[in-house]
Ligand binder design. Structure first.
Ligand code: MOS
Length: 779
């Protein structure tokens, strides 16, 4: 198998194949397009700068937008004077936010009855925006807008905000919504001071058994507190939107993870039918959970465009991106783990506090209740409001924080009872599931590749440089977008095109779409017109929850399969054969078993003399193994996940920690494109190393301002700090759809910090319970 792919041995194959769906695919080795490490079809466009990101959009007459943001962390606005800005040359429109910031659905917690302006609750909160002929004029006008504040007491630090006499971020119980995919506490939980909760059923997974009793009956109890930092989203392309308001409809160009939700929110907010709103996203320069909705920058752009009757571009600058673009909440996790001498878990208790700033959704506990087999589980999650920028979903929200604690505690337990950490996981994995089978194989393959048996006792090196190895595993949801459609079209000249209203956030969506369609027609992926990023196409999946490949590819294959069958019927008379005997291969059409009948694909289609064949198909949603379904997604009772092995070196004199090597073994269903699948895992690991070692938002408690709100000060991993990463894919065929594809992006980011922390312990003999592993936290 290519690219370090190993095969899985699935316990359960539950899929039934309906009549209008194609038969199961054979293994990738027998396929020509699916399963091949095809380079991105739009790679040349990207590296030459021809790819048109939202950032690059230029429309005739387009105005430049800029926002006025609060200098205060907590204040009432007494007055806003825009008169000087209005007179500034080149200014075409000004919009001041009065009360409502978000859409009706996402109720604006800043809106308070009787106040003309929303209360300011963090430094950097948008107040107003300007559209002008040039970026310079817009920025100058922003500076001329005078805002008079009445300052209120503020609190920016998590632990400070938890104190009884802390300034209140919200005066009363708030229904601040949890962020998209954030897994946070649902609204309506009791609030005391700034603390909301506890949520005892994170993501719907409730408590079980009796934890106190379980802890009493345990032979070994591990008790520890873990702390994680705020990580800001640092996509290459910041949040941005270009709005073009016309009498006959609204066109939006958006850097987004879902064109569908941008359209929905714009329609709702401006009371337009969806048919009058078109969202286009040719390319999105990265999105890790914070680019779902329209955002206040987007709403402001639309307001300004409506006022100026011209297109308006509103793209956040780096500072705004760090401050208000979303972040991964920090956490304080108090964890208790009880076990028997043989390693079996008896009790698991987690109390987690986290702050998503002015937004809810700081949860960290989800994974604890489902990852391992344990009869007594209690998770309590608390959201703590602070005067800081809002959190957003962030690549496996909650799990990255939670696994950092849990997987270290499991390692501590292994050490206490004298068991190999891998063997212990084998014992406590939830048995009898595909996940358990996958994890076992992943550990076996990874341990061999990594050389786990060469592991030495903790703190073996004298120093100052100490080396060690560590392990952690992850589990994420295998979810699919419920209503996913794709249209495939064969035109009389032999063109084949595919359309779906999903988007490419950098993952290679167009390429895998082309690969799946190409397979049914025996064409090469580059011969397929592959179109995404426009709400005029049939509804496609959101790029979140690692769901695009698992949702889009079955819909695409179903549509392509039907087109190919219709095409075969048209070609049968030309080739003087039965439609069932027509074969598409190597960009040719032929009769099965008769190589002499081969005719180039295009030539054959032209001979059939038709205008167009097209089919629109959906991903089937009648699989019976779902754990849960919402309006938007179906979640399988099986997960996706993987294991990671890390080797680190710790300089005990300088406190510099380096990740030297990392082996990641992840399950992926069928890798539609192993190169892109691997790239997702590289990305997840790199982002995980960055989180483990470097990233941290620093707020000045006095002013509430972020001190490191740019990429020159907010340290992310650089290329020289990226470890040698080896990726092994665990292929699982016969899964839940006509392509067997599953997502990989999020689980790849979950285990890294924990694996690095366990390696840190093995190197030094000391536990690192606080992230990031900077010299200040290490020494
Ligand atoms: Mo992801 S945090 O589901 O975009």
């Amino acid at each position: 198998l290519p690219y370090g792919i190993v095969g899985a041995d699935l316990k359960e194959v539950t899929r039934r194949v309906p009549l209008d769906e194609p038969p199961p695919l054979p293994e990738n080795a027998k396929l020509k397009s699916i399963g091949k490490p095809v380079s991105r079809l739009d790679g040349i466009e990207k590296v030459t700068g021809r790819a048109r990101y939202t950032f690059d959009i230029q429309l005739p007459g387009m105005l430049w937008g800029a926002r006025v943001v609060s200098s205060q962390p907590h204040a009432r606005i007494k007055s806003i004077d825009t008169s000087a800005a209005e007179r500034y040359p080149g200014v075409r429109a000004i919009h001041v936010l009065e009360r409502v910031l978000a859409t009706a659905k996402l109720r604006d917690a800043n809106a308070e009855k009787g106040n003309r302006y929303p209360t300011i609750r963090y430094a950097g909160q948008p107040i107003a925006a300007v559209a002008a002929d040039s970026p310079r004029a817009a920025e100058a006008a922003v500076k001329l807008i005078k805002v008079e504040y009445e300052p209120l007491p503020h609190v920016t630090e998590l632990e400070e905000a938890m104190k009884e006499n802390a300034p209140r971020v919200f005066p009363g119980p708030t229904e601040q919504p949890a962020t998209a995919g954030g897994g946070g506490a649902p609204p309506g939980l009791p609030q005391k001071g700034n603390v909301r909760g506890p949520d005892t059923k994170p993501r719907g997974v409730g408590p079980r058994g009796d934890v106190a009793k379980g802890l009493r009956e345990s032979d070994v109890v591990i008790e520890a507190e873990f702390r994680t930092q705020v990580q800001t989203h640092v996509p290459m392309e910041p949040h941005g939107l270009v709005a073009d308001w016309r009498d006959d409809g609204l066109t939006l160009y958006a850097s987004t993870q879902y064109v569908g939700s941008v359209r929905e929110e714009a329609a709702e907010h401006f009371d337009l039918p969806k048919s009058k709103v078109r969202v286009i996203s040719d390319f999105t320069g990265g999105g890790f959970g914070a680019k779902y909705g329209i955002g206040n920058y987007g709403l402001l752009a639309i307001h300004l465009s409506r006022k100026a009757r011209l297109p308006v571009r509103m793209v956040l600058d780096r500072r705004e991106e760090h401050v208000s673009g979303g972040n991964r909440p920090n956490s304080i996790q108090r964890l208790k783990l009880g076990a028997k001498r043989d390693g079996s878990l008896v009790a698991l208790q987690l109390q987690a506090y986290g702050s998503g700033g002015v937004a809810g959704g700081a949860g960290v506990g989800f994974c604890h209740a489902t990852l391992y087999s344990c009869p007594n589980v209690q998770v309590e999650q608390f959201d703590v409001f602070t005067n800081a920028g809002p959190c957003a979903a962030f690549r496996a929200p909650g799990q990255v924080q939670g696994i950092f604690g849990l997987e270290q505690a499991i390692d501590e337990l292994a050490e206490k009872i004298g068991m190999d950490p891998l063997a212990l996981r084998g014992k406590i994995d939830v048995s009898g599931t595909d996940d358990c089978v996958a994890r076992a194989q992943e550990r076996k393959v990874g341990a061999e590749r990594f050389g786990w048996n060469k592991r030495r006792p903790a703190g073996s090196d004298k120093g100052p440089i100490k080396r060690g190895v560590g392990f952690a595993q992850s589990q994420w949801l295998y979810l699919v977008h419920r209503h996913t459609a794709c249209e495939v079209r064969v035109t009389g000249d032999g063109s084949v095109e595919a359309f779906s209203a999903t988007q490419d956030i950098g993952t290679g969506t167009r390429t895998i779409l082309a690969q799946v369609v190409a397979e049914e027609f025996g064409l090469r992926p580059e011969e397929i017109g592959s179109y995404v990023g426009d709400t005029r196409y049939p509804t496609g999946p959101a790029s979140g929850g690692s769901r695009v490949t698992s949702s889009l590819t079955p819909a695409a294959r179903n549509a392509a399969y039907r087109c190919a069958r219709d095409l075969a019927a048209r070609l049968a008379p030309i080739l003087q054969a039965n439609a069932d005997d027509i074969v598409f291969a190597d960009s040719k059409v032929m009769v099965k078993g008769k190589a002499s009948s081969a005719m180039p694909f295009r030539e054959a289609v032209k001979k059939a003399r038709f205008q167009e064949i097209s089919h629109r198909a959906e991903r089937r949603d009648d699989y019976d193994g779902y754990m849960m379904q919402t309006d938007e997604m179906s979640i399988s009772k099986h997960g996706i996940g993987g294991v990671q092995f890390a080797e680190v070196s710790v300089d005990t004199e300088t406190g510099i920690v380096k990740v030297e090597r990392l082996v990641a073994v992840h399950d992926c269903g069928r890798p539609i494109n192993p190169k892109l699948t691997e790239s997702q895992i590289y990305g997840g690991v790199i982002q995980g190393v960055s989180y483990a070692l470097y990233e941290e938002r620093h707020l000045d408690p006095g002013s509430g301002q972020q001190l490191n709100a740019n990429v020159d000060q907010y340290k992310i991993v650089g290329s020289r700090e990226v470890p040698n990463i080896e990726v092994i894919l665990l292929e699982q065929l016969g899964a839940q759809s006509s392509t067997d594809a599953r997502g990989v992006a999020e689980p790849a980011n979950v285990a890294t910090a924990a694996a690095v922390a366990n390696a840190f312990y093995n190197a030094t003999g000391k536990r690192i319970r606080t992230l990031p592993m900077t010299p200040a936290n290490v020494l």
